[in-house]
Design a protein around this ligand. Structure first.
Ligand SMILES: [Ca+2]
Length: 188
């Protein structure tokens, strides 16, 4: 499946980019956008090592110098940043691939890093660029809710019920989330 066709299949409603405020750059070598360069990244690198764009196991995120090949020069870059931590850099969006509505995290080079959860209509998403957390307005079979997840892992940090949110925005100055009801939960 071509990249363009693939992305057209995504149920994109709203996207957010999580950046490190000081540099606006991802941490080089953090292939899975976890916020740390570690053994997981090294394993991902190993799977793509020696490949070029036309290879099946090509991983654009491992081509750290954008040369078109994953080679020792890229490994040198990864090694330089090994064990360093930073903010997770990724793109979260609503995803209805195969009809299962979830949210997906996309790398800055367009690779799907992970899919998370089973949602009904995850079409309202907003992020706090200071800590990378992501707020999602959604509903389950019985009620609507707003959920806060960690931008690095997608794990749920907080779920707030009793809302009917038709809009959502995060104030990155203080971390509060505001819906059309002006609901402002505390920063977790
Ligand atoms: Ca990582």
């Amino acid at each position: 499946m071509g990249l363009r066709r693939y992305f057209l299949s995504l149920f994109v409603i709203l996207f957010i980019v999580l950046t490190a405020p000081a540099t606006l750059l991802a941490l080089p070598g953090d292939l899975d956008a976890s916020g740390m360069v570690d053994g997981t990244d090294l394993i991902s690198f190993g799977k793509a090592n020696g490949t070029t764009i036309t290879d099946a196991n090509w991983n654009p995120d491992a081509d750290l110098d954008n040369s078109g090949t994953v080679d020792p020069l890229d490994l040198t870059i990864l090694s330089t940043h090994f064990a360093k931590s930073g903010l997770s850099f990724g793109l979260w969006l609503g995803d209805s691939l195969d009809g299962d509505k979830r949210i997906a995290k996309i790398s800055e080079k367009g690779r799907v890093l992970l899919r998370q959860g089973s949602f009904q209509t995850p079409d309202i998403i907003s992020a706090n660029i200071k800590d990378g957390s992501v707020w999602i307005a959604d509903s389950d079979s019985s009620q609507q809710f707003v959920r806060k997840i960690a931008g690095s892992s997608g794990n749920t940090l907080l779920t707030v019920h009793g809302l009917t949110a038709t809009s959502l925005a995060v104030n990155s100055m203080d971390g509060t989330a505001v819906t059309h009801k002006d609901f402002s939960p505390p920063v977790a």
